[in-house]
Design a protein around this ligand. Structure first.
Ligand SMILES: Cc1cc2nc3c(=O)[nH]c(=O)nc-3n(C[C@H](O)[C@H](O)[C@H](O)COP(=O)(O)OP(=O)(O)OC[C@H]3O[C@@H](n4cnc5c(N)ncnc54)[C@H](O)[C@@H]3O)c2cc1C
Length: 342
């Protein structure tokens, strides 16, 4: 049976990326099923070389028009798909909004993802950079995913060990980049749940609220409150959250920097390395609140680059490069962008 695809041509992507960059897609397809993806693969006019799979557009910097096919993942559904003695398995379709999914799990009595409340974007994108916040990352509760492989036209199933999860990293940023569309993700949520208050700011917020024995909902509420205070709302000013990853350095490098800069902010990692606070490095170079053209550094968060109105992707990138060069010249540490440059 022929499938009718929801296709539009020459479409602005301005409202489909949180930076609000005004570029166009030659072809935009709303994907609501695996059959849509199979139809793309089978159609010679659609199975083009340039292809961009899009979720909520909250971790992208669009540098120009996409002269090909943009597939906007819009397949929906959340279901409990199994359990064993230790965990409940919940599967969400890629097009589900991440925060709404986290709230669904909490409301249905399946804790585990509460520290990741209010991260923008879709469920399907959550494995791409192994989203993380407040002492937790998606990989902690990840079980498996299914993806459509454009090369073979077949579905792939990937377990956690196949995904190469690291700090804001996965196989989807490397070997599988541009090759697959994640269709659904299954999470293993613990039956014997323990609150995770390792992140100092979260523990402080909980103490300030007078909550000694928090539920997952208490943690989610606290995370939402902290994030709403700290991070600019993309609906008000275009941004993609943290623009740079926190650089990871050896203990030697960190100790040398600490001797020179006693207020250096760093976090010890399990393997003996240290994560440096990229925001602190940028702030020390005097970039907070500065702008180049319509591209700016947020007044409160040096790590967040913003579109002050009508900035192009190239302008944001120019600002990012200037910051990267300054930080390198001052500290000898190279910052890497967190969003995907397209
Ligand atoms: C205000 C703000 C705060 C943020 N805070 C955090 C934070 O605390 N922690 C954090 O980790 N991130 C954070 N982010 C970044 C962002 O929210 C996450 O990276 C999120 O997972 C991106 O989801 P998305 O659907 O918007 O992806 P998009 O921006 O649409 O896509 C990002 C990448 O994933 C690919 N992709 C998207 N969907 C699929 C799919 N179904 N299959 C295959 N590839 C796909 C795209 O091709 C692209 O390469 C923040 C962003 C903003 C704007």
């Amino acid at each position: 049976m022929a499938i009718s695809l929801d296709i539009r041509h020459d479409q602005s992507l301005r409202d489909l990326n949180t930076f609000g960059i005004d570029v166009k897609a030659a072809t935009l397809l709303r994907v609501t099923s695996i059959d849509d993806l199979k139809a793309v693969c089978a159609a010679p006019t659609l199975n083009v070389i340039r292809r961009l799979v899009l979720g909520g557009g909250s971790n992208l910097l669009l540098l120009g028009d996409v002269d090909g096919l943009v597939l906007q993942m819009a397949n929906l559904g959340i279901a409990v798909t199994g359990e064993d003695e230790q965990q409940v398995f919940v599967t969400a379709q890629a097009g589900e909004n991440w925060h709404r999914f986290v709230q669904w799990t909490i409301d249905h009595g399946f804790p585990g993802l509460e520290n990741l409340s209010l991260i923008p974007g879709s469920v399907g994108a959550s494995p791409i950079q192994n989203i993380g916040a407040y002492g937790s990352e998606m990989a902690d509760c990840f079980h498996s995913l299914r993806a459509f492989d454009f090369d073979s036209g077949e579905m792939l199933s990937l377990a956690k060990k196949d995904c190469g999860f690291g700090y804001r990293d996965s196989v989807f940023k490397h070997a599988l980049r541009d090759r697959i569309a994640i269709v659904d993700v299954t999470f293993a949520l613990p039956k014997r749940w323990q609150p995770n208050l390792r992140y100092a700011e979260l523990a402080t917020e909980m103490a300030a609220r007078g909550i000694a024995d928090p539920t997952a909902k208490d943690i989610s509420d606290a995370v939402i409150a902290i994030r709403s205070r700290k991070l600019p709302d993309p609906a008000k000013i275009g941004n993609a959250g943290s623009f740079f990853k926190n650089p990871v350095v050896t203990a030697e490098q960190r100790n040398a920097l600490l001797a020179k800069y006693p207020s250096l902010v760093s976090y010890a990692q399990a393997d003996g390395s240290y994560k440096l606070a990229a925001g602190w490095l940028i702030d020390q170079c005097g970039w907070k609140g500065k702008s180049i053209g319509a591209a700016g550094v947020h007044e409160k968060q040096a790590l967040v680059l913003v579109n002050r109105g009508g900035a192009s992707g190239g302008e944001i990138l120019k600002l990012a490069k200037a910051i990267r060069d300054d930080v390198y010249a001052s500290f000898g540490v190279l910052l890497e962008p967190e969003p995907v440059l397209v």
